[in-house]
Design a protein around this ligand. Structure first.
Ligand code: SF4
Ligand code: SF4
Length: 378
């Protein structure tokens, strides 16, 4: 059976602007069936790393907030802290970055609650009993919310090929421990040439897994639990995640985490992808390169697999823009994400998500109907 993915292009005029179309898109895709009166609704987004400008504009979130309130819900904006050192690795800096990127209360009209607490340790272990994980670690405020509206910026990603709904949910809602579990089965490593032997990391390791010999730190993989605390502490960024897992394993991990986030919320989740500013890499970088293809539109669905399949198909139908970094697969119909990251088979995330019952790759694209004329107007 096909899932419906609702689509609006970016055309607008004096009769209806894009912000108004976004509100109708959410309602058409079923927001009113997902949100019940007085429910607390987590709006999961990415506030953008400081210096990045490809993230979704805050003004769109005000409309999403308004539309959720109209349905009776109480929305809050949320994301979980990052596992790497950056401008969003703890709640203090995460909130500061969000405000600096324009997500002030006066703009979005909703509070921001960072999902996994001050330092990424506020988490809930969710039992999923899947092939790769028996339980997954999710930011507690995502779990505590009654329903979730995921709003993802669809773009390229160096580990998953593209980043859409599955990544926004699976990676984006995980606590620090959960993110590390997805990225690596083993402990972080010390990059010796960056380590100055200052020993700042030692007292921050709850497991006494770090030692310093001859001015170089060493992490014992037997003792380390992969909490990631030391990554943020090191002043020289000498402690780093091991990006050594094969991409298929990473993608399956991410999809199993998506399952954990959505457990118990099967009928309480709506997914939205903005297929705009389609940059080649994640919004976690403090920059964004020229877009791959033109701005395409916004899609919404209750199926997290169908929406990503529809989004990747829409991008791949387009011809690459002049000035994009894409060297291969530039023509309409060619796979832009394979051209960017030839070592990543992005279809694995969709296949695996379908296999474990998160949704279907089989979809129909339903254009947003024209706005009905008001009966009170001539
Ligand atoms: S904090 Fe960083 S630089 Fe200092 S000893 Fe630890 S790893 Fe080396
Ligand atoms: S990841 Fe956690 S347990 Fe492992 S060395 Fe760093 S602080 Fe210690």
């Amino acid at each position: 059976m096909k899932s419906t993915v609702y689509f609006t292009d970016l055309s607008a005029g004096h009769k209806e602007n894009l912000i108004s179309k976004l509100g109708r898109l959410l309602e058409t895709a079923g927001l009113n069936q997902i949100v019940a009166k007085r429910e607390i609704v987590a709006v999961k987004l990415h506030f953008g790393e400081l210096g990045n400008s490809a993230f979704i504009r805050p003004v769109f979130f005000r409309k999403i907030v308004d539309t959720i309130r109209k349905a009776g819900g109480a929305p809050f904006l949320t994301d979980a802290n990052t596992v790497y050192a950056g401008t969003r690795s703890d709640s203090v800096n995460h909130l500061k970055t969000a405000f600096q990127n324009g997500f002030a209360y006066s703009v979005v009209d909703a509070p921001i609650v960072i999902a996994d607490g001050l330092r990424g340790k506020s988490e809930v272990a969710v039992e999923i009993n899947q092939n790769r994980f028996k339980e997954v670690y999710i930011g507690s405020e995502i779990i505590n919310a009654d329903s979730i509206v995921s709003v993802a910026h669809f773009k390229g990603h160096e580990l998953s090929g593209f980043g859409g709904t599955l990544k926004n949910i699976g990676m984006g809602c995980a606590s620090r421990k959960g993110k590390l579990a997805q990225h690596s089965t083993v402990s972080p490593k010390v990059v010796a040439k960056k380590c100055i032997g200052c020993e700042d990391c030692i007292p921050h390791c709850s497991q006494q897994a770090i030692s310093v010999t001859d001015k170089k730190a060493f992490i014992s993989p037997e003792t380390c639990i992969g909490c990631g605390e030391c990554i943020l502490i090191c002043p020289n960024s000498a402690i780093q995640i091991q990006w050594d897992q094969s991409v298929p394993v990473f993608l399956e991990n991410m999809v199993e985490y998506t399952m954990g986030v959505l457990k118990g919320k099967a009928d309480k989740a709506l997914f939205v992808n903005f297929i705009t500013d389609i940059s080649p890499a994640c919004d976690c970088y403090g920059h964004n390169d020229s877009p791959l293809v033109r701005d395409i539109g916004i899609v919404a669905s209750t199926d997290p697999v169908a929406i990503d399949q529809a989004s990747v198909d829409l991008v791949n139908k387009e011809k690459a823009l002049p000035g994009s970094c894409l060297k291969e697969n530039r023509e309409a119909g060619e796979d832009k994400f394979q051209g960017l990251y030839p070592y990543v088979d992005w279809s694995i995330q969709l296949d695996y998500a379908e296999k474990i019952g998160l949704g279907t790759r089989n979809y129909e694209l339903a254009p947003l109907p024209q706005k009905q004329k008001s009966k009170n107007k001539p």
